[in-house]
Write a protein that binds this ligand. Structure first.
Ligand code: UT7
Length: 325
């Protein structure tokens, strides 16, 4: 049976110019390189200056993905930007990226699912492409979390970084089997009862301010390792695949310990895990496309490989998608 598949045809990423090591942070925050590395695996992160806004980073990543795909903005008819740190309350960061790329047609919108935003955005784009509603999509994850961090709170400020990543998805005919290239299955969940565990204490409709990120780290950690396997198992079941079939596991990059515990629990070999949290920190919706771009450019992920992406974020929101590259 012929079906439409959303096939990845290019990746790109962008980081701010300034790289901040753990040692540099210890000059202003009561922390240590040893604590951060031991508890999280993070060694450095990139922090945006005032000119490096979410849309600026997102545009650079999107342009790099277009270049990798050999396409131009005119070839794109859907642009989704996953972000929780938009340049402005409105218009959307996606429309700002659209304008900056010179894309005059199509549809562009932001998607807000915090750290799970990129998995949500890929799943949403796949709905457009697999139903013939769009032909080529730019899916961007872009964040400047440094703007919403409380730099007096050492339990959160050392964890996050800024950056952006993007992929281009193209609708192509497939056979309807797991040998097809493209998004093979995806599963999303959310449960708003967990709001207080990870949230921002402000917003345009409440305080009228941007607010700061607040997190009960231990509870998020427990949930991330303990409860998100439902979406992964679902994505495997729908595709008719088992963990051993995976070539690469590219999870949200929040904490090395969470990533390794999840891989072990799922029975995914450590050498199949793409890990970038050491160099980028937690870049929320940007973390997966940043990691994908690293692993594509260094030659690890190749056409035909079976890749699983997975994330959990504030809300809670969580999801997983299986993609044959
Ligand atoms: O992307 C969204 C999803 N977010 C996450 O996945 C984050 C999930 N949570 C985590 O990654 C971990 O819970 C953290 C890395 C945030 C914390 O690790 P932990 O092993 O759960 O540490 P903890 O919160 O239990 O803190 C242990 C100790 C505390 O001191 P006492 O009470 O034992 O004396 C903290 O005060 O570490 C202390 N501490 C720090 N020390 C040095 C907390 N932050 C720091 C710090 N530097 N930056």
């Amino acid at each position: 049976m012929t079906v439409l598949r959303s096939v990845v045809v290019g990746t790109g990423s962008a980081l701010p110019a300034r790289c901040v090591t753990n040692d540099e942070l210890t000059r202003t925050v009561d922390t240590s390189d040893e604590w951060i590395v031991q508890r999280t695996g993070i060694r450095q992160r990139y922090l945006a200056d005032a000119s490096e806004t979410t849309s600026v980073l997102g545009t650079r990543a999107a342009q790099a993905a277009l270049d990798a795909a050999g396409l131009t903005a005119a070839d794109i008819d859907l642009l989704i930007c996953a972000t929780s740190t938009p340049d402005h309350t409105f218009p959307s960061t996606a429309t700002q990226i659209q304008a900056a790329l010179g894309m005059q047609g199509g549809v562009a919108f932001d998607l807000q699912a915090v750290c799970a935003g990129f998995v949500y955005a890929v799943t949403t784009a796949d709905k457009f492409l697999s139903t013939g509603s769009a032909k080529r999509a730019l899916v961007v994850g872009a964040e400047t979390f440094s703007r919403i961090l409380d730099w007096e709170d050492r339990t959160t400020c050392v964890l996050f970084g800024d950056g952006a990543g993007a992929i281009v998805l193209e609708a192509r005919d497939g056979e309807g089997t797991t040998a097809d290239r493209g998004v093979l299955s995806a599963s999303l969940r959310s449960d708003g009862r967990h709001r207080e565990k990870l949230y921002v204490d402000g917003g345009p409709g409440s305080t009228g301010t941007t607010g700061h990120l607040r997190m009960t780290g231990k509870e998020v950690f427990r949930f991330a390792v303990g409860s998100v396997t439902d979406v992964i198992a679902d994505a495997f079941r729908v595709a008719g695949i088992v963990a051993n079939d995976l070539d690469w596991f590219v999870p949200h990059q929040a904490n090395r310990r969470i990533i390794e515990a999840s891989a072990d629990k799922l029975g995914i070999a450590r050498e199949k895990v793409v890990l970038t949290v050491d160099r980028h920190g937690n870049t929320s919706a940007a973390s997966i496309p940043l990691a994908l771009d690293v692993a594509c450019r260094d030659g690890r992920i190749r056409a035909g490989d079976l890749v699983m992406i997975e994330a959990i974020g504030g809300g809670f929101t969580w999801g997983a998608a299986l993609i044959r590259w």
